[in-house]
Design a protein around this ligand. Structure first.
Ligand code: HEM
Length: 382
């Protein structure tokens, strides 16, 4: 699945001098190890990089989630009339405008790949995974075109993409290998947040973040004091739809609960199972009940987000560095959508069930064939 050349893997995992130019490297680590720190540098609220990215997300959503734009993007439109539109939505933020220009089919190709990613996890043989491989190849090819475009033409890319590229070029990593490495980063960015965008209306609570149609203060929505229902619905969505797991290498023979876990094997920690523990999360853990997260009327005032059983973004050293951006993007998107449109299901579909049997790397998909169209009608405001 990785697809990188042996030489690229070697160069990515060879320790580098601690005085190398570019991203600081006090411990003299390899670029493969530094990449994790670069993600955190881009995505943690402590620095300035996250806020730049959040602003880009906000501007992207503002300029794309409106009737005029949706009408123009005919490729996403299922049907439209003078008053309504039926659409599919998607976005480019990390790579600036260039990727969409040089590889216009890559978004759809990624969605095909992403729904079939379980074939990778099950090590499906290549003759049974041509559909998945074709989607992957198209995105990697698009990333090659992107990386071959002169850098000055893509100065709107985010810090992380630009810095990773500089570091890899400095080590002599070739374009195809860079594209594959960035593709794996692309999976982390795009697979989960897009599937987290289904949750019930909370429009009243987010009112104060808007001036008319415009979301003027997206950070208002991030604060649970201002928007406790948004906060509760976000957590309940992650609980119900999250299939997070952490994988660890066993470095010495270890006995847990009488079972020997031999050195050299890998162990998977399926956090999802903990999220359905009624002793922690209360009754009916298979039902969507966001009130369990409301500290005032939830489980005896307990803050469930502090529970040791709560790991929607994994844990420890590999804890998801995109968790702040994920919440920001999803809540900004949904709040803007609900502010601007009335949304109606087309026909009388049942609410889709989560496809719990299909392995994913975060948020589960809905069962095949249960997707349905929604009709968006611009809201009339006094
Ligand atoms: C609702 C959305 C998301 C969910 C549920 C999610 C979940 C996860 C999970 C379960 C892991 C593995 C943790 C482990 O191994 O212990 C992970 C890793 C990661 N995620 Fe996310 N993620 C989401 C969104 C994002 C976004 C938007 C980004 C980037 C902008 C991102 C970047 C990453 C990265 C870079 C890693 C690897 C962390 C490391 O090993 O250092 N994620 N994510």
């Amino acid at each position: 699945m990785n697809g990188n050349s042996k030489s690229a893997i070697e160069v990515m995992y060879t320790n580098l001098p601690n005085d190398k130019p570019g991203f600081s490297n006090p411990l003299g680590e390899s670029l493969g190890v530094l990449a994790q720190k670069m993600h955190i540098h881009q995505l943690h609220p402590n620095g300035n990089n996250l806020i730049h990215l959040q602003r880009k997300v906000q501007v992207w959503i503002d300029s794309h989630l409106n009737m005029d734009h949706l009408r123009r993007v005919s490729a996403c439109t299922v049907s439209q009339s003078a008053t309504h539109i039926e659409v599919l939505l998607y976005q480019w933020v990390y790579f600036g405008k260039t990727l969409g220009r040089v590889a216009p089919g890559a978004t759809r190709a990624f969605l095909v790949f992403d729904e079939l990613i379980w074939k990778v996890l099950y090590h499906y043989p290549s003759f049974l995974s041509r559909d998945m491989a074709a989607g992957r190849a198209e995105v990697v090819d698009g990333l090659c075109k992107y990386l071959r475009t002169p850098k000055e033409e893509r100065s709107d890319a985010t810090w992380l993409i630009s810095a990773m590229e500089d570091e890899m070029r400095a080590l002599g990593v070739g374009v195809e290998d860079m594209a594959i490495i960035i593709f794996h980063l692309y999976i982390s960015i795009n697979t989960n947040a897009r599937k987290t965008v289904f949750w019930p209306p909370t429009e009243k609570e987010t009112d104060k973040a808007f001036d008319g149609e415009s979301l003027v203060d997206p950070f208002y929505i991030q604060d649970p004091q201002n928007c406790p229902i948004v906060d509760a619905v976000w957590h309940e969505t992650l609980r119900i739809a999250g299939w997070s797991a952490s994988i660890r290498l066993i470095t010495k023979d270890t006995v847990v609960g009488g079972k020997l876990m031999p050195k050299g094997h890998r162990v998977m920690v399926p956090h999802r199972l903990q999220h359905f523990d009624e002793a922690v999360f209360g009754e009916e853990t298979h039902a969507f009940r966001s009130d369990r997260w409301l500290k005032t009327d939830g489980l005896g005032g307990k803050d469930l987000t502090k529970s040791p059983s709560w790991h929607p973004f994994g844990a420890g050293k590999t804890l998801c560095s995109g968790r702040f951006l994920a919440r920001f993007s999803v809540t900004t998107f949904v709040a803007t959508l609900l502010r601007r449109f009335d949304i109606e299901a087309v026909g009388n579909p049942s609410f889709p069930e989560g496809d719990e049997g299909r392995p994913v790397l975060g948020i589960i998909s809905i069962k095949e064939g249960q997707d349905f169209n929604v009709r968006l009608t611009a809201r009339a405001r006094p």
